[in-house]
Design a binder for this molecule. Structure first.
Ligand code: COA
Length: 629
């Protein structure tokens, strides 16, 4: 059920679409919207509750001796008057003083302090359903429709007309929607920052050239589809040959390297103005060169090509420099039909981006951009110029090599599992998400014969400023389930019981995590409050239980969209897998990835194990239906 956002009465800061943009920019960057939806605050869980859950989640990763050490450390940590209770009171004090005790810490520790490249390590890609463009005009028309759809959606966001999402009877925090357009990450030497803006133009990148393209005419009316196509034609005419400047590649670099390069660039006025122009635009549109989409064999091969294009642009020689990876939203429209987006993760979770995607696909399918009025006297697009010194040229070359290395190392296996989807799982009275998570646990154990620490994102948006909590999907029950399934001597009844136990145990953790009662964010908070107060980091954090249970070899996220698209991203650890999945009524789109350089992982084998696990679980359920085990 959805209810209109505006029902919550108070308007946010961004209610006037496209007016007084300077004023909005000032507000946006200097003030945080108050709790306009009147949502509850993220709680600080009780220390004893978190530590009890923690011990359950570390158990699968430790032998008896190691576990005894962890139990002792937990006991010492939670002793009355000990360091744990001191940190807990400091954290509770912080929670009383802030709207959300975690929000700023999370933004910094999960994103802005993170120094690895955003490419592969942080930015997800989102692949839209494939298109077949026969002419350049097809490509430009689709690009124009994508922009018009996105701007229609932005106008709904600005006017608070997006339906409030609900979890049961609880409304979810909608503020992430306000941060999708106009936002840009700015590299720093030690920490990046975010710049929020509201303007009336987009940045278009073609052949590695950057352009400022206004989307409103002199009369303040949005250009129509034909007019945007004309603007894009001007861009193409001005960028027939690839730019030697290829400045976009810098955004794929390690953040410290890019931070230093950024400082060198802004010392030059021309560069500074161009960088500011990209920073303030509403979004980026990448008009990409062809990537061989339709020359590849089957849907699976196409999914992999498109995933690569949306994650890293296929490397420097393909479209990797035709990007600005720091922009929150970057639409990709390739010459032969790869369409989708890359998004910089720090301001928003995947779900709002998936909702935007469905809106765009519906808008285009229903041809909603047809018959719009013309606006008067559109301004001509202009190129954003960059001056590149010989020193910067070296930085560009290194960045190209680094991106190529990263792209070559990322193994992708994206596929549609079409034997069944969430309708079948629901018909068995099971939670589709917990079921799929347990399939991944079983698959990993089947392949590696060891429990895999497993991260799943749960949205904590029932709270003001809520982002995510980790569901630790690897449990004593999930490992037992895998072992029982792999033991040829176990009966179907035994297997079914083990499967139901594992699924229910995951569902229990999920329900807790969605309410902010997981393990990870609370433990992170206790650690960060220790650092802030110059208190030594407790031994608990150095223990093998902590380290092993947080070494997330399976990094997963459900990002649900109705269209036949999917989100994709890289693994969290060198010996891990990423699995982003879109469960639909009759099928599931999976995007898996791993690093080729690690000898222990193979995406192809993981996919095979996952498909086998899904088949086994299905067969077990059908056997039960027939014979009531
Ligand atoms: N029997 C029958 N149906 C059931 C069931 C059962 N035992 N348990 C659940 N279902 C139904 C639900 O009612 C729901 O129905 P709907 O499709 O009509 O709404 C559907 O199955 C799906 O429920 P389930 O699979 O249990 O959970 P979910 O879809 O709510 O997903 C999370 C769980 C944790 C993934 C979700 O709550 C969440 O947090 N999503 C956001 C994750 C995120 O932030 N990702 C982006 C990170 S970048």
């Amino acid at each position: 059920m959805v209810i209109p956002f505006e029902k919550y009465g108070q308007k946010g800061l961004f209610i006037q679409p496209y007016t007084s943009s300077l004023q909005l920019i000032a507000n946006y960057s200097s003030a945080k919207p108050k709790n306009v939806q009147n949502l509850p605050q993220l709680p600080v869980p009780k220390l004893k509750d978190t530590l009890k859950k923690y011990l359950n989640t570390v158990r699968p990763h430790l032998n008896d001796e190691e576990f005894a050490v962890t139990v002792k450390l937990v006991e010492d940590f939670q002793v009355d008057g000990g360091v744990g209770s001191k940190l807990q009171s400091l954290l509770e004090k912080r929670a009383r003083e802030k709207e959300n005790w975690l929000e700023e810490w999370w933004l910094h520790s999960a994103y802005l302090d993170f120094r690895s490249p955003v490419v592969v390590y942080s930015n997800p890609g989102l692949v839209f359903p494939f298109q077949k463009f026969n002419t350049q005009d097809d490509q430009l028309r689709y690009a124009a429709q994508t922009l018009l759809a996105a701007l229609d959606y932005k106008s709904l966001i600005d006017r608070d007309l997006i339906p409030v999402e609900m979890m049961g009877k609880s409304p979810l925090d909608m503020s992430q929607y306000k941060k999708i357009f106009g936002t840009c990450r700015i590299p720093g030497i030690k920490r990046d920052s975010l710049s929020y803006n509201d303007t009336k133009y987009v940045t278009v990148i073609h052949n590695k050239h950057f352009f400022h393209v206004d989307l409103w005419g002199e009369d303040d009316v949005l250009l129509n589809e034909d007019q945007i196509v004309d603007q894009l034609k001007v861009v193409l005419a001005m960028s027939q040959k690839p730019s030697s400047k290829r400045i976009g590649i810098l955004t794929s670099e390690n953040r410290n390297v890019w931070g230093k390069a950024y400082q060198a660039l802004v010392a030059d006025n021309t560069n500074r103005n161009s960088l500011l122009d990209v920073e303030k635009s509403l979004a980026v549109l990448c008009l990409d060169r062809a990537s061989g989409l339709w020359e590849s064999g089957d849907k699976n091969a196409r999914q992999n090509i498109a995933a690569a294009q949306t994650i890293h642009g296929g490397g420097a020689a393909s479209n990797g420099a035709n990007r600005w990876f720091d922009k929150t939203i970057q639409f990709i429209v390739g010459a032969d039909g790869v369409t989708g987006l890359t998004y910089e993760h720090s301001p928003a979770e995947g779900q709002p981006i998936a909702v935007l995607t469905d809106f765009i696909i519906d808008f285009i399918n229903q041809n909603k951009s047809a018959k719009r009025p013309k606006s008067s006297n559109p301004k001509q697009p202009f190129r954003l110029e960059f001056n590149v010194t010989s020193e910067m040229e070296n930085t560009l070359r290194t960045a190209e090599d680094n991106l190529d290395r990263l792209a070559t190392d990322l193994e992708l296996n994206c596929f549609t599992y079409d034997k069944y989807g969430k309708d079948f799982i629901k018909s068995q009275r099971l939670s589709p998400d917990s079921y799929l998570q347990m399939a991944m646990q079983y698959a990993f154990y089947r392949l590696h014969k060891t429990p895999g620490a497993h991260y799943e994102s749960a949205a904590t948006r029932i709270y003001v400023g809520g982002r995510t909590e980790t569901i630790r999907s690897c449990s004593v029950d999930s490992v037992e389930f895998a072992k029982v399934m792999l033991n040829p001597k176990t009966s179907p009844k035994h297997r079914l019981e083990a499967m139901n136990r594992a699924i229910n145990s995951h569902k229990d953790y999920t329900v807790n995590a969605l309410q902010g009662f997981g393990v990870d964010r609370h433990l992170l908070g206790l650690k960060l409050i220790a650092i802030e107060n110059n208190i030594d980091i407790p031994k608990l954090y150095l223990d093998s239980g902590y380290v092993k249970s947080a070494h997330m070899r399976i990094s997963t996220s459900q990002v649900a969209c109705k269209c036949d698209g999917f989100m994709c991203y890289g693994p969290l650890v060198p010996d891990g897998y990423a699995t982003c999945y879109n469960p639909r009524a009759g099928d599931v789109n999976f995007a898996t990835s791993a690093f080729l350089s690690h000898p222990d992982t193979s995406c192809a084998s993981y996919r095979a194990a996952l498909e086998a696990a899904l088949q086994d679980m299905h067969d077990l359920l059908l056997l039960n239906t027939k014979s009531k085990l």
